[in-house]
Write a protein that binds this ligand. Structure first.
Ligand code: HEC
Length: 145
């Protein structure tokens, strides 16, 4: 009996971990135009836009070929990340240590590189840049979240 309860507790714990790591990021409250993204005062909401934009594209990391539709979708995400990261830098970096601005700037630069890579249909560069973007999200979170 005790053993069974323990098993259930472990199972419930594992389930909770699975649910929370599967990316239960709340969706943004609405679809924002680029102009509206630039006006977002809530960093949390801006991050939700970033997650909605970037997370699906991270599934493409390590892919060895992309269809034209995939390139177009990654390019759209890259353009949107240029807007979110620029907003992160200009509107949300005040009263933050300098490295915050550095990561926001890095994200902006990588988004431009990602856009170029998709336009050149460079598989390796597209995949590698997506990976660098994910690293930048993670590094900034480790330090500043
Ligand atoms: C310049 C630093 C920085 C970068 C770069 C960054 N983040 Fe964040 N992120 C933060 C901080 C700070 C928070 C906590 C914000 C809060 O809760 O007010 C956060 C929170 C989040 C959240 C939680 C939002 C919520 O619902 O509470 C998500 C999701 C997120 N970021 C996704 C991303 C993704 C995806 C990327 C990369 C494309 C990224 N972030 C890049 C600093 C950053």
């Amino acid at each position: 009996m005790r053993m069974k309860n323990l098993t259930l507790a472990v199972a419930a714990g594992a389930f909770a971990v699975a649910v929370f790591t599967a990316g239960c990021v709340p969706k943004p409250k609405q679809d924002y135009s680029p102009e509206q993204v630039k006006e977002l005062d809530s960093l949390e909401e801006l991050m939700r836009v970033q997650a909605q934009t970037a997370d699906p594209q991270f599934n493409h990391i390590d892919q060895t070929a992309f269809t034209d539709v995939e390139y177009a979708s990654i390019a759209d995400a890259a353009r949107r990340l240029q807007v979110t990261s620029e907003t992160l830098r200009t509107r949300h970096s005040q009263n933050r240590p300098p490295s915050f601005t550095t990561y926001a700037t890095r994200l902006f630069e990588l988004s431009g590189e990602l856009l170029n890579a998709t336009q050149a249909k460079d598989v390796g560069k597209t995949s590698a840049t997506l990976s660098s973007i994910r690293d930048t999200c993670r590094t900034c979170h480790k330090e500043h979240r």
